[in-house]
Design a protein around this ligand. Structure first.
Ligand SMILES: [Zn+2]
Length: 87
C-alpha cells in the first residue's frame, strides 16, 4: 500500500500535533475523502472530477508517485509526532 512520505513540519511540537489530532477527532478539521490527508486547497491527488449537480459522477486520481503532496499533512505523521517523548 502507498505510504505517504512524512512531511510534518520539523518544528511541530508534541503538543501541537496532539492539538491537531484532537481537532480531527472532534470534527473541527476534516480529513480529505480522497487522500485521507489534510490540505487547505483542492485535493492534489484528484486528477479529474465530473459532477452532476452536487454529486461526483466520475473521479480519477494521479498515480501515488505522480502528484505533489508536499502541502498535505497526514494524520499518521501527527500521531507519530504526538507519540514522541518530549526531549
Ligand atoms: Zn485530498
Amino acid at each position: 500500500m502507498f505510504r505517504p512520505k512524512p512531511i510534518v513540519e520539523p518544528g511541530l511540537t508534541v503538543d501541537e500535533a496532539k492539538a491537531l489530532l484532537q481537532k480531527i477527532k472532534d470534527g473541527d478539521i476534516k480529513t480529505c475523502a480522497h487522500c485521507a490527508g489534510i490540505h487547505a486547497r483542492a485535493c492534489p491527488r484528484v486528477r479529474k472530477m465530473t459532477f452532476v449537480g452536487d454529486e461526483i459522477r466520475e473521479i480519477s486520481f494521479w498515480r501515488d508517485d505522480k502528484y505533489n503532496n508536499d502541502d498535505t499533512i497526514w494524520p499518521s505523521d501527527l500521531q507519530e509526532v504526538a507519540d514522541r517523548e518530549e526531549a
